[in-house]
Design a protein around this ligand. Structure first.
Ligand SMILES: [Zn+2]
Length: 203
């Protein structure tokens, strides 16, 4: 069921969201760190491209009227968690654009929770989608940034899988209904174990 090329989509796995002392800790996020680490290692070993997103805020960002300050530019909390950090990541600031080929690991910084707030996001997704891969989405938070990414990928004709044991929601009570809705709309709900088995086989 996971046949064909894969692209991993790592949503906002940053210290402020994943660490209990972080500025906007997502409940239960500590429990998914081992799976995040496993998925990242698999991608490195099997040369699966990763598109990562990262909040990178300045004090006047509109999102900060809705959420407490988090992932402020230049802070420790804005950094990627150790589990998903890739030393060779190409990091694009909110106003930077990529030139040339897509790197193995690309980090897209953003000022709003929706990665498609970046004007270049649609074009980038179209480039990743040229080989019609399965976009395997994980990270936080299911009900905000992950939701925006999943819905945006669906709207752009992408095949999408969600790793249910590698996501967590800010409102855990909202998660089940979201997963139900996505499953009905054709999103594959998968477990880390399944992704890792498929990734090893397809290499
Ligand atoms: Zn944010």
């Amino acid at each position: 069921m996971l046949a064909g090329p894969l692209v991993f989509v790592d949503i906002d796995t940053q210290r402020d969201f994943l660490e209990e002392s972080g500025a906007l800790y997502v409940p239960g996020a500590r429990e998914i760190v081992a799976n995040l680490s496993r998925l990242t290692r698999l991608a490195v070993e099997q040369a699966i491209p990763i598109v990562a997103t990262a909040c990178c805020h300045t004090p006047d960002d509109a999102e900060l009227s809705r959420f407490p300050p988090h992932c402020m530019a230049g802070t420790e909390g804005q950094r990627r968690a150790e589990a998903t950090e890739c030393s060779d990541s190409i990091v694009l600031g909110p106003d930077e654009r990529i030139e040339g080929p897509l790197p193995r690991h690309l980090t897209l910084q953003k000022r709003a929770f929706d990665v498609f707030s970046r004007p270049d996001a649609s074009e980038l997704v179209a480039r990743y989608n040229e080989e019609k891969p399965l976009f395997v989405v994980f990270g936080v938070a299911t009900d905000y940034c992950v939701k925006a990414a999943v819905e945006g990928l669906l709207a752009r004709g992408c095949r999408v899988a969600l790793v249910v044991d590698a996501v967590r929601a800010i409102d855990p009570a909202a998660e089940a209904a979201l997963l139900d809705d996505w499953a009905r709309r054709g999103i594959l709900l998968v477990m880390t174990e399944i992704v890792c088995k498929a990734g090893e086989v397809s290499s």
